[in-house]
Design a protein around this ligand. Structure first.
Ligand SMILES: Cc1ncc(COP(=O)(O)O)c(C=O)c1O
Length: 333
């Protein structure tokens, strides 16, 4: 029975969903949303804060400041509240309203950037704002998740060893790429593991991370308008790019079976199942990672008007057709 006295002390690290019955491929989905911050970003946040405290950068009276699309912001809000620091989260208009409210409920201030930089998009505009704030007040401490080594090291120390322990015959691991902290931590861990594992990055079409042209992306978490400084492509075996409409369909297929996950889970599941359909040998042991759960996305990914305005009226047609064939199967049975 876990008994805790600070919220960051609890994280479920050993829960997987077997997706074979839903997607027809042998693929295990590691669930990272079962902690008090509701996402995988708890690990990066805890590691970066502890390192800053050890280095004497973060001291009583400090105010944390960070650019985040939401989940790191929630994790830092929780840790800041627990440890007595202030926190200012700089986000943008793609951040879900409920995520913003969560941060405010935890006592943080939230600044929403709405004007993209003409060359670096909303992300560059967010970072410019953080820099300006730090220049104006020495109490601000910017951990900078985009270049902080603690970001990838947290996954090297926790996420990847947990997967290795749970899947000793792992062949292929699919990891979504945002800051690339999760990707780099897992890729570096499995490069030095006893067994050869193919590490495949999954990114959104429209992200520039792996050199593609920028275009509109509406789902927070994965993808970047600026090349992530943490990324070392030599550690990654392959890259799969996913259209947002496919992300949406994967999320809804999971939801129709009772699993409500966040948007980026739809991206990694869609990318992984497409790769397995093309290359997969049915005996491969394949794992992917669900960074968070779906409740933060009820007004976006799971809201019909939002979906149809952005991706067209037919975006869920194949999911609904799947429901009808399920219906036929259950009636026949
Ligand atoms: C929902 C979600 N998915 C994926 C990611 C990407 O993780 P990373 O920044 O480690 O690449 C994030 C990061 O914030 C996220 O919030």
């Amino acid at each position: 029975m876990p008994v805790i006295s600070v919220p960051q002390a609890f994280n479920e690290d050993d829960l997987y969903v077997d997706l074979r019955a839903i997607f027809g491929h042998s693929l295990y989905l590691k669930c990272e949303g079962f902690n008090f911050a509701g996402s995988i970003k708890l690990k990066a946040a805890a590691e970066m804060v502890e390192a800053a405290e050890r280095d004497g950068v973060l001291t009583p009276g400090s105010i944390l400041i960070e650019s985040s699309s939401g989940n790191l912001g929630v994790a830092l809000s929780m840790i800041a509240a627990s440890k007595g620091y202030g926190f200012l989260c700089v986000t943008d208009s793609r951040c879900n309203l409920s995520t913003r409210r969560l941060m405010e409920a935890l006592g943080s201030d939230v600044q929403v950037i709405t004007q993209p930089d003409p060359f670096g998009g909303l992300l560059k505009a967010r970072i410019d704002y953080v820099r300006a704030m730090c220049a104006g007040d020495s109490r601000f401490v910017w951990l900078n998740q985009y270049s902080n080594e603690g970001n990838w090291r947290s996954h090297f120390r926790t996420t990847a060893p947990a997967i290795a322990r749970d899947f000793p015959t792992l062949d292929v691991l699919f990891v979504g790429a945002g800051t690339t902290g999760t990707l780099m931590g897992c890729a570096r861990f499995f490069r030095q593991w006893r067994r050869r594992v193919r590490v495949i990055a999954v990114d959104s079409v429209g992200s520039v991370t792996f050199g593609g042209p920028p275009s509109r992306r509406m789902i927070p978490g994965l993808g970047s308008g600026v090349r992530p400084p943490l990324l070392d492509e030599s550690c990654v075996d392959e890259v799969v790019l996913v259209e947002e409409a496919d992300t949406i369909r994967a999320c809804h297929r999971l939801a129709r079976r009772g699993f409500l996950f966040g948007g980026s889970t739809g991206t990694v599941v869609s990318g992984a199942t497409a790769w397995l359909a093309e290359h997969g040998d049915p005996d491969l042991t394949a794992v992917t990672i669900a960074p968070d759960l779906g409740e933060r996305y009820l007004d976006t990914v799971y809201q019909t008007n939002w979906l149809e305005d952005l991706y067209g009226k037919d975006v869920l047609q194949s999911v609904r057709a799947g429901d009808r064939s399920l219906d036929r199967v259950s009636r026949a049975a």
